[in-house]
Design a protein around this ligand. Structure first.
Ligand code: FAD
Length: 116
């Protein structure tokens, strides 16, 4: 049966955006230059201005006021996004994710090989 493709609601937008952000962080350099670090901070700041769910964007701007992105390596940035995402999870009453497993989830695949 033909499926109509529809505009995203905030849940689908969120799921897709988190997939992108965690994947981007996982593949960010291990040793970023100062310029790369600066640009990543700008990217996150601009995301909080243009993210097309307005209450989400406003929460994100609040979060960024007292939580500067750690752009010093792919691992640090992945941990930072993981903690940010957990903050949203808690706000929405969802379970927190174990951030020690963030690279397994978004880059390497699970240790049991189920993504191979
Ligand atoms: P999602 O939370 O979208 O997660 C997708 C997958 O990511 C999960 O299945 C899991 O495998 C993995 N995951 C879960 N937690 C983590 C983590 N901490 N680190 C790494 N991986 C993880 N919705 C609102 O209603 N209000 C808001 O204020 C709001 N703010 C948002 C701000 C941002 C920047 C973004 C990107 C989204 C926001 N959302 C907000 C959307 C919300 O976070 C969810 O994306 C949406 O509710 C769909 O949830 P989900 O249960 O499908 O899983």
């Amino acid at each position: 049966r033909e499926q109509k493709e529809c505009p995203l609601d905030s849940e689908l937008l969120g799921r897709n955006t988190w997939a992108f952000l965690h994947t981007m962080a996982a593949y960010y350099p291990e040793k970023p230059s100062l310029e790369q670090q600066h640009n990543m901070k700008q990217f996150i700041k601009l995301l909080s201005q243009f993210y097309p769910c307005h209450t989400c964007a406003s929460h994100l701007r609040e979060d960024l006021k007292n939580n500067t992105p750690d752009t010093s390596s792919n691992i640090k940035l992945s941990e930072w996004f993981c903690n940010l995402h957990n903050g949203v999870n808690v706000r929405l009453g969802k379970v927190e994710f174990d951030c020690s497993k963030v690279l397994e989830r978004w880059r390497d695949g699970w240790k049991d090989g189920k993504c191979d």
